[in-house]
Design a protein around this ligand. Structure first.
Ligand SMILES: [Zn+2]
Length: 205
């Protein structure tokens, strides 16, 4: 008599186990495309050239101010400044995942996008944000925000401060933007890709 309740309980426990395994299988099946997409992005090689992240700006209009002194030499410029009229759209240069939309002290309104090769693309001094929020996937050309003067760019001509951060630190975006200017120069040494007639702009953030 005592064995009967145990035997009766086995059927529900098998059902529960199967339902549990089924649920896990369903989640894996549903999530697999997103995991594959994420894995492909993370394992993709870092880009060797990038489109201009500000609408309508030609690469030759951007100065290579990487490494220039800032705050009386207390720090160096870890990016490039791309000048444009206030409100000009800022476009994602890569496919990626938005990992930050907010404020920081120097950058003002900033957006961060995790892109191919685990590089973080940093967009600062935005006048306003685009329609993006953290965890959004963005394609190249997606509007991240609009050029402005927030953060320590207050009082300077409106510009986008664009930075690229790798696991081993910031890298100079300039050669990547210059390489996009001409297909002939793609893949060459960074300095050789520098467009002639590059204008120097006021040193800012
Ligand atoms: Zn800057």
């Amino acid at each position: 008599m005592a064995a009967h309740p145990r035997r009766r309980n086995r059927v529900p426990s098998v059902v529960v186990t199967l339902a549990f395994l089924g649920a896990i299988g369903w989640v894996v099946y549903e999530m697999a495309p997103q995991w594959r997409r994420y894995w492909a992005l993370m394992s993709a090689p870092a880009p060797t050239h990038l489109p201009m992240p500000v609408q309508g700006v030609a690469p030759r209009a951007v100065a290579n101010t990487w490494g220039a002194a800032r705050d009386a030499g207390a720090r160096t410029h870890q990016g490039v400044d791309i000048f444009a009229r206030r409100g000009t759209p800022i476009l994602s240069p890569v496919e990626g995942i938005v990992i930050g939309v907010g404020q920081d002290r120097l950058g003002g309104n900033v957006v961060r996008v995790l892109g191919p090769g685990r590089q973080v693309h940093y967009f600062a001094h935005l006048d306003a944000f685009g329609g993006v929020k953290p965890h959004d996937w963005v394609s190249p050309g997606a509007i991240l925000g609009y050029v402005g003067t927030t953060g320590n760019a207050r009082g300077t001509p409106p510009h986008l401060h664009y930075g690229i951060y790798t696991a081993s630190g910031a890298i100079n975006p300039y050669p990547l933007l210059a390489a996009e200017a001409s297909p002939r120069t793609r893949g060459r040494a960074p300095e050789s890709a520098r467009a002639p007639g590059t204008r120097s702009r006021p040193a800012t953030t």
